[in-house]
Design a protein around this ligand. Sequence first.
Ligand code: ZN
Ligand code: ZN
Length: 277
Amino acid sequence: MILSSPHVHTQFCDGRSTAEEMVLSALSHGCRSLGFSSHARQNFAFHSAMSPEAETAYITEVRRLQKAYADKIRIWLGVELDSYSCADTAPYDYIIGSVHYLPDESGFVAIDGASEPLYALLKSFYKGDGIAMARDYYLAYGAMMRARKPQIGGHFDLLRKWNKACHLFDEDSPLYRQHALYALEAAYESGVILEVNTGGMARYGAESPYPAKWQLEAWHEMGGEVILASDCHYAPDLLSHYNDAVELLRKIGYEKVRVLGTDREMFEETELEPVQL
Ligand SMILES: [Zn+2]
Ligand SMILES: [Zn+2]
């Protein structure tokens, strides 16, 4: 199995490690490719995304690392684009398309920030109707897939992050599933590879990757392709919980997954096998 992650954050946005520390971690894990995906520039919540200066420095540094480590690992320059970002993605090899915010009357509430603002949004803006909140999330996700056609669909059901602690909505509700399926179909029709994102397991003790198992089952039934992604913010976590994702995907029926290419082709296919960490 070719090991890699296409979803990596560094100190150029909200990551803890430098880009070179990520490359060294990748080499120590036996990875043959690696993709950086800093948060694209956006005109709100500036702290979590790249500034114009950071973006210039990010591109320069990743290009330097590509050359410096060319004989050891294939490095790709990607970007994670939020659905409310208007950033120019022309400099990048690939885009991870994600929804991180829900709007209210006065601005944007982060879905994966603290629980209190999200809970307040549910109570005030949605009058406690969590399914309506989930509907807006998945509408934004589907629209993002269709409009920006990212190569990779990021953390498909991120809105689930606080659901266990805050009981925002019923994940078994048929209406919830209907809204999620709408976004899943939009992703499929847009030719997106869906990431199986283990970042929440590494960073805040999530019990399973994004997307939820039933969503991956539906995706598999559609014929959708997946890629393992760690949403890594700290170099030692580069392949964290990959074995959980491998086990889950094999149970669902996947035998092969996509992986960032080791040469010119951006996405190759690789067998799903247990990972030696
Ligand atoms: Zn994200
Ligand atoms: Zn990310």
